[in-house]
Design a protein around this ligand. Structure first.
Ligand SMILES: N[C@@H](CCC(=O)N[C@@H](CS)C(=O)NCC(=O)O)C(=O)O
Length: 276
Protein backbone atom coordinates (compact mmCIF):
# COMPACT_ATOMS: atom_id res chain seq x y z
CA UNK A 1 0.00 0.00 0.00
CA UNK A 2 1.04 3.58 -0.63
CA UNK A 3 0.24 6.75 1.31
CA UNK A 4 -0.80 9.51 -1.10
CA UNK A 5 -1.78 12.25 1.40
CA UNK A 6 -1.18 12.99 5.08
CA UNK A 7 -2.60 16.07 6.83
CA UNK A 8 -2.81 16.96 10.52
CA UNK A 9 -6.50 17.45 11.37
CA UNK A 10 -8.15 18.17 14.75
CA UNK A 11 -5.27 16.59 16.62
CA UNK A 12 -5.30 13.47 14.43
CA UNK A 13 -4.39 12.65 10.84
CA UNK A 14 -6.37 12.66 7.61
CA UNK A 15 -4.62 10.44 5.09
CA UNK A 16 -5.35 8.89 1.71
CA UNK A 17 -3.95 5.44 0.95
CA UNK A 18 -3.93 3.41 -2.25
CA UNK A 19 -4.03 -0.36 -1.92
CA UNK A 20 -4.62 -3.27 -4.26
CA UNK A 21 -8.10 -4.76 -4.02
CA UNK A 22 -8.22 -8.42 -5.01
CA UNK A 23 -12.04 -8.32 -4.98
CA UNK A 24 -12.26 -5.38 -7.39
CA UNK A 25 -9.10 -6.35 -9.26
CA UNK A 26 -7.77 -2.79 -9.27
CA UNK A 27 -6.06 -0.22 -7.04
CA UNK A 28 -8.37 1.62 -4.66
CA UNK A 29 -7.97 4.97 -2.94
CA UNK A 30 -9.25 5.14 0.63
CA UNK A 31 -9.49 8.12 2.99
CA UNK A 32 -8.49 7.19 6.55
CA UNK A 33 -9.00 9.60 9.44
CA UNK A 34 -7.05 8.58 12.56
CA UNK A 35 -8.27 10.50 15.62
CA UNK A 36 -5.80 11.68 18.29
CA UNK A 37 -6.75 8.69 20.48
CA UNK A 38 -5.34 6.32 17.83
CA UNK A 39 -1.78 7.31 18.73
CA UNK A 40 -1.97 5.19 21.90
CA UNK A 41 -5.00 2.88 21.63
CA UNK A 42 -7.12 0.93 19.19
CA UNK A 43 -10.26 2.79 18.05
CA UNK A 44 -13.65 1.73 16.61
CA UNK A 45 -14.24 2.31 12.90
CA UNK A 46 -16.98 4.27 11.14
CA UNK A 47 -17.31 3.56 7.39
CA UNK A 48 -18.56 6.32 5.09
CA UNK A 49 -19.95 5.68 1.58
CA UNK A 50 -20.29 8.64 -0.80
CA UNK A 51 -22.77 9.16 -3.61
CA UNK A 52 -22.82 9.41 -7.39
CA UNK A 53 -19.82 11.08 -9.06
CA UNK A 54 -17.79 11.08 -5.81
CA UNK A 55 -14.37 9.73 -4.94
CA UNK A 56 -12.78 9.41 -1.50
CA UNK A 57 -12.11 13.15 -1.68
CA UNK A 58 -15.66 14.46 -1.28
CA UNK A 59 -16.18 13.26 2.27
CA UNK A 60 -12.71 14.02 3.58
CA UNK A 61 -12.69 17.56 2.19
CA UNK A 62 -16.35 18.62 2.50
CA UNK A 63 -18.24 16.58 5.13
CA UNK A 64 -16.55 18.17 8.16
CA UNK A 65 -16.32 14.78 9.81
CA UNK A 66 -12.85 15.02 11.39
CA UNK A 67 -13.72 17.30 14.33
CA UNK A 68 -16.56 15.02 15.41
CA UNK A 69 -14.59 11.80 14.94
CA UNK A 70 -11.79 13.32 17.04
CA UNK A 71 -14.27 14.03 19.84
CA UNK A 72 -15.28 10.36 20.12
CA UNK A 73 -12.00 8.74 19.07
CA UNK A 74 -13.40 7.11 15.91
CA UNK A 75 -11.43 6.08 12.84
CA UNK A 76 -13.37 7.12 9.72
CA UNK A 77 -12.81 5.14 6.53
CA UNK A 78 -14.03 6.69 3.27
CA UNK A 79 -13.31 4.54 0.19
CA UNK A 80 -13.65 5.60 -3.44
CA UNK A 81 -17.18 4.88 -4.70
CA UNK A 82 -16.33 2.31 -7.39
CA UNK A 83 -13.49 0.49 -9.07
CA UNK A 84 -11.59 3.00 -11.17
CA UNK A 85 -8.66 3.27 -13.57
CA UNK A 86 -7.40 1.83 -16.84
CA UNK A 87 -9.05 -1.42 -17.81
CA UNK A 88 -12.20 -0.74 -15.78
CA UNK A 89 -15.37 -0.56 -17.86
CA UNK A 90 -17.23 2.76 -17.63
CA UNK A 91 -20.18 4.53 -19.24
CA UNK A 92 -20.52 8.09 -20.48
CA UNK A 93 -23.32 8.67 -17.98
CA UNK A 94 -22.63 10.01 -14.47
CA UNK A 95 -25.05 7.47 -12.97
CA UNK A 96 -23.53 4.26 -14.35
CA UNK A 97 -20.01 2.85 -14.15
CA UNK A 98 -17.18 4.64 -12.36
CA UNK A 99 -18.50 6.69 -9.47
CA UNK A 100 -21.81 4.84 -9.66
CA UNK A 101 -21.23 1.34 -8.29
CA UNK A 102 -24.39 1.24 -6.15
CA UNK A 103 -22.32 -0.86 -3.69
CA UNK A 104 -23.55 -4.18 -5.09
CA UNK A 105 -21.96 -7.25 -6.68
CA UNK A 106 -22.66 -7.05 -10.42
CA UNK A 107 -23.61 -10.29 -12.13
CA UNK A 108 -23.86 -9.07 -15.72
CA UNK A 109 -21.16 -8.57 -18.35
CA UNK A 110 -19.20 -6.37 -18.79
CA UNK A 111 -19.59 -5.13 -15.19
CA UNK A 112 -19.22 -8.37 -13.22
CA UNK A 113 -15.42 -8.53 -13.59
CA UNK A 114 -14.76 -5.49 -11.38
CA UNK A 115 -17.97 -4.06 -9.94
CA UNK A 116 -18.10 -5.94 -6.61
CA UNK A 117 -18.21 -3.05 -4.14
CA UNK A 118 -20.47 -4.93 -1.73
CA UNK A 119 -17.86 -7.64 -1.11
CA UNK A 120 -15.14 -4.99 -1.00
CA UNK A 121 -16.87 -2.83 1.64
CA UNK A 122 -18.21 -5.71 3.76
CA UNK A 123 -15.15 -8.00 3.72
CA UNK A 124 -11.93 -6.86 2.08
CA UNK A 125 -11.83 -3.25 3.26
CA UNK A 126 -12.43 -3.98 6.99
CA UNK A 127 -9.83 -6.75 6.92
CA UNK A 128 -7.31 -4.35 5.38
CA UNK A 129 -8.21 -1.59 7.86
CA UNK A 130 -8.06 -3.86 10.90
CA UNK A 131 -4.70 -5.33 9.80
CA UNK A 132 -3.00 -2.03 9.00
CA UNK A 133 -4.36 0.58 11.41
CA UNK A 134 -4.97 0.77 15.19
CA UNK A 135 -8.58 -0.38 14.77
CA UNK A 136 -10.83 -2.55 16.89
CA UNK A 137 -13.42 -4.75 15.19
CA UNK A 138 -16.29 -2.49 16.33
CA UNK A 139 -17.81 -1.09 13.13
CA UNK A 140 -20.58 1.29 12.09
CA UNK A 141 -21.55 2.56 8.66
CA UNK A 142 -23.18 5.63 7.09
CA UNK A 143 -23.35 7.36 3.75
CA UNK A 144 -24.99 9.80 1.37
CA UNK A 145 -27.50 9.26 -1.47
CA UNK A 146 -26.20 6.20 -3.41
CA UNK A 147 -23.86 5.73 -0.43
CA UNK A 148 -26.78 6.00 1.99
CA UNK A 149 -28.40 3.18 0.02
CA UNK A 150 -25.13 1.24 0.29
CA UNK A 151 -24.88 1.78 4.05
CA UNK A 152 -28.49 0.73 4.71
CA UNK A 153 -28.32 -2.36 2.47
CA UNK A 154 -24.98 -3.45 3.93
CA UNK A 155 -26.16 -3.06 7.53
CA UNK A 156 -29.49 -4.80 6.86
CA UNK A 157 -27.79 -7.75 5.12
CA UNK A 158 -25.15 -8.27 7.82
CA UNK A 159 -26.84 -8.63 11.20
CA UNK A 160 -24.41 -8.25 14.08
CA UNK A 161 -21.61 -6.81 11.93
CA UNK A 162 -22.39 -3.10 12.49
CA UNK A 163 -23.16 -1.39 15.79
CA UNK A 164 -25.15 1.41 14.09
CA UNK A 165 -26.20 2.75 10.71
CA UNK A 166 -27.35 6.14 9.41
CA UNK A 167 -27.87 7.89 6.09
CA UNK A 168 -28.09 11.33 4.53
CA UNK A 169 -30.60 11.57 1.68
CA UNK A 170 -30.43 7.86 0.82
CA UNK A 171 -31.93 6.13 -2.18
CA UNK A 172 -34.17 3.69 -0.29
CA UNK A 173 -36.19 2.05 -3.05
CA UNK A 174 -33.76 1.70 -5.97
CA UNK A 175 -36.04 -0.83 -7.70
CA UNK A 176 -38.69 1.89 -8.03
CA UNK A 177 -36.67 5.00 -9.05
CA UNK A 178 -34.77 5.95 -12.23
CA UNK A 179 -31.20 5.92 -10.78
CA UNK A 180 -31.67 2.48 -9.27
CA UNK A 181 -33.60 0.94 -12.15
CA UNK A 182 -30.94 1.99 -14.65
CA UNK A 183 -28.05 0.69 -12.51
CA UNK A 184 -29.76 -2.54 -11.46
CA UNK A 185 -30.79 -3.37 -15.03
CA UNK A 186 -27.17 -2.96 -16.14
CA UNK A 187 -25.43 -4.62 -13.18
CA UNK A 188 -27.99 -7.29 -12.23
CA UNK A 189 -30.03 -7.86 -15.41
CA UNK A 190 -33.73 -7.76 -16.23
CA UNK A 191 -35.02 -10.17 -13.58
CA UNK A 192 -36.35 -7.83 -10.91
CA UNK A 193 -36.36 -10.62 -8.32
CA UNK A 194 -32.56 -10.36 -8.34
CA UNK A 195 -32.87 -6.66 -7.41
CA UNK A 196 -34.64 -7.30 -4.11
CA UNK A 197 -31.54 -8.15 -2.00
CA UNK A 198 -30.16 -4.72 -2.95
CA UNK A 199 -33.26 -2.68 -2.09
CA UNK A 200 -33.61 -1.23 1.43
CA UNK A 201 -37.41 -1.14 1.40
CA UNK A 202 -37.55 -4.77 0.29
CA UNK A 203 -34.94 -5.86 2.86
CA UNK A 204 -36.77 -4.13 5.73
CA UNK A 205 -39.70 -6.54 5.37
CA UNK A 206 -37.68 -9.54 6.54
CA UNK A 207 -34.66 -8.01 8.29
CA UNK A 208 -33.26 -10.55 10.79
CA UNK A 209 -32.05 -7.74 13.07
CA UNK A 210 -34.04 -4.59 13.83
CA UNK A 211 -31.04 -2.22 13.94
CA UNK A 212 -32.46 1.32 14.37
CA UNK A 213 -32.07 3.63 11.35
CA UNK A 214 -31.26 7.36 11.54
CA UNK A 215 -32.12 9.02 8.22
CA UNK A 216 -32.07 12.71 7.32
CA UNK A 217 -33.31 14.43 4.17
CA UNK A 218 -33.34 18.11 3.25
CA UNK A 219 -36.77 19.39 2.24
CA UNK A 220 -35.14 21.37 -0.61
CA UNK A 221 -33.29 18.31 -1.98
CA UNK A 222 -33.71 18.40 -5.76
CA UNK A 223 -33.89 14.57 -5.89
CA UNK A 224 -36.35 14.09 -3.01
CA UNK A 225 -39.53 13.15 -4.88
CA UNK A 226 -37.97 11.54 -7.96
CA UNK A 227 -35.04 9.43 -6.70
CA UNK A 228 -35.07 9.36 -2.90
CA UNK A 229 -38.75 8.77 -1.92
CA UNK A 230 -38.49 8.87 1.89
CA UNK A 231 -42.21 8.05 2.20
CA UNK A 232 -41.44 4.53 0.91
CA UNK A 233 -38.91 4.01 3.71
CA UNK A 234 -41.38 5.28 6.27
CA UNK A 235 -44.09 2.91 4.98
CA UNK A 236 -41.73 -0.09 4.89
CA UNK A 237 -40.52 0.55 8.44
CA UNK A 238 -44.05 1.06 9.74
CA UNK A 239 -45.23 -2.18 8.10
CA UNK A 240 -42.34 -4.18 9.59
CA UNK A 241 -42.20 -2.33 12.89
CA UNK A 242 -38.57 -1.45 12.13
CA UNK A 243 -37.19 1.37 14.34
CA UNK A 244 -36.68 4.51 12.22
CA UNK A 245 -35.76 8.10 13.06
CA UNK A 246 -36.69 9.91 9.82
CA UNK A 247 -36.21 13.67 9.72
CA UNK A 248 -36.98 16.24 7.03
CA UNK A 249 -34.57 19.12 7.62
CA UNK A 250 -35.95 22.51 6.50
CA UNK A 251 -34.04 24.42 3.84
CA UNK A 252 -31.33 21.86 3.06
CA UNK A 253 -30.54 20.58 -0.45
CA UNK A 254 -28.67 17.44 -1.58
CA UNK A 255 -25.17 18.86 -1.17
CA UNK A 256 -22.29 18.53 1.27
CA UNK A 257 -23.53 21.77 2.92
CA UNK A 258 -26.41 19.63 4.17
CA UNK A 259 -24.15 16.74 5.13
CA UNK A 260 -21.65 18.89 7.03
CA UNK A 261 -24.48 20.65 8.90
CA UNK A 262 -25.84 17.36 10.29
CA UNK A 263 -22.53 15.47 10.52
CA UNK A 264 -22.14 16.15 14.25
CA UNK A 265 -25.53 14.61 15.02
CA UNK A 266 -24.79 11.52 12.95
CA UNK A 267 -21.42 11.01 14.62
CA UNK A 268 -23.13 11.46 18.02
CA UNK A 269 -25.39 8.54 16.99
CA UNK A 270 -22.47 6.34 15.94
CA UNK A 271 -20.23 7.42 18.82
CA UNK A 272 -22.87 6.37 21.34
CA UNK A 273 -23.14 2.91 19.73
CA UNK A 274 -19.43 2.37 19.16
CA UNK A 275 -18.28 3.43 22.61
CA UNK A 276 -21.06 1.57 24.40
N1 LIG B 1 -24.30 15.34 -11.40
C1 LIG B 1 -25.63 14.92 -11.04
C2 LIG B 1 -25.83 14.83 -9.55
C3 LIG B 1 -24.71 14.17 -8.85
C4 LIG B 1 -24.81 14.42 -7.38
O1 LIG B 1 -25.58 15.27 -6.88
N2 LIG B 1 -24.00 13.70 -6.65
C5 LIG B 1 -24.02 13.82 -5.22
C6 LIG B 1 -24.25 12.45 -4.66
S1 LIG B 1 -25.71 11.71 -5.36
C7 LIG B 1 -22.70 14.33 -4.73
O2 LIG B 1 -22.34 14.09 -3.59
N3 LIG B 1 -21.97 15.06 -5.59
C8 LIG B 1 -20.63 15.49 -5.27
C9 LIG B 1 -20.52 16.69 -4.36
O3 LIG B 1 -21.52 17.38 -4.11
O4 LIG B 1 -19.40 16.92 -3.87
C10 LIG B 1 -26.63 15.91 -11.54
O5 LIG B 1 -26.28 17.08 -11.60
O6 LIG B 1 -27.77 15.52 -11.79
Amino acid sequence: MERLEHHASFGGWQSVYRHHSAVLNCAMNVGIYLPPQASNQRCPVLYWLSGLTCTEQNAITKAGLQQHAAKYGLIVVAPDTSPRGEGIVDSEDYDLGMGASFYLNATQPPWAAHYRMYDYVVQELPTWVENNFPATNARSIFGHSMGGHGALVIALRNPGRYRSVSAFAPVVAPSKVPWGQKAFQAYLGDDQLSWQPWDTCALIQSAPERLPLLVDYGDADQFLTTQLRPELLQAACEAANHPLTLRLQPGYDHSYYFISSLMGEHIDWHGAALLD
